[in-house]
Design a binder for this molecule. Sequence first.
Ligand code: DP6
Length: 326
Amino acid sequence: MQAFAQAQPNIALIKYWGKRDLELNLPAVGSISVTLDTLWTRTQVVFLDDAEEDLLILNGEPAAAEQQRRVSAYLDLMRAKAGVQTRARVDTENNFPTAAGLASSASGFAALTVASAEALGLALPPGELCELARQGSGSAPRSLFGGFVEMSRGRLDDGSDAVAHQILSPEEWPLEVVVALTSLSPKSVGSTAGMHRSQESSPFYEGWTRTADADLGEARVALASKDFDRLANVSEFSCLKMHAVALASRPPLIYWNPATLQALERVRQLRREGVPVFFTIDAGPQVKAISAPGYGGVVAKALGELDGVQDVTTSGLGPGARLIGS
Ligand code: DP6
């Protein structure tokens, strides 16, 4: 009863922010992301007959109580599917900073879904894996797939249509992603709490949900025609609109620091100079620059030269979550 899986973080181009059902963790809006290749989470799950409690080890150390609880609650869903009570030891490792706005919850729950399903002998279709992963984290179903992925909002109350699917494989449009780290500390307000606050208090939240489908439609058209400028424009729009909703929450959610703005401006300048690149920012201060194939090096160099940028990581697009051993 053990398995080892790997998943990569994904970066949303069209953002998920807000929930239509808290209990089932159903998103209020659909989203479109790219799955990365060089950043990863590797997770081994071992179900042990004699264990009294679940144990989560994160990068070699026992994880914080809150993370233990979240993983244990998630394993309860998997155990209910398999009809067992057995507790598990989960060993998980990230090759990038946890909770710093790099979607560690997405790759974490995608890897945990694939590893725990295998360890419990559950052969589940992709839709069911999505439904499970989504209850761990709303962005996790997107990391089950590679390349460009759409996560549907769904219409049904039971969430069975709130699932993800691949739009384009990494090979079909091998864009490059440069992550500029502007801070290594964990973010102050996580996505779950942040989107809840926006939903409760931001006067722009209603406009956000009302206009989301138009952005998704435009991004789908851009992807179908591999129209970089069109994808760039709608992605930056979705990102800034999400941050406008967050900024107007009470109390405000200001995820940016001065270096975030510096990096954002540098990306805009590069684009004016003719480099095909655009920015996106999640619930944290890091700037992700997405470029056309072959431009990652130029972008990484430009962002790495900025004073406030601590580190840059370049990645291509990669595959979805998969088993890598036992
Ligand atoms: C800003 O998936 O972390 O990164 O469902 O509460 O776990 P929960 O939220 P999470 O939110 C991600 C928000 C975002 C945008 C995105 O990835 O679409």
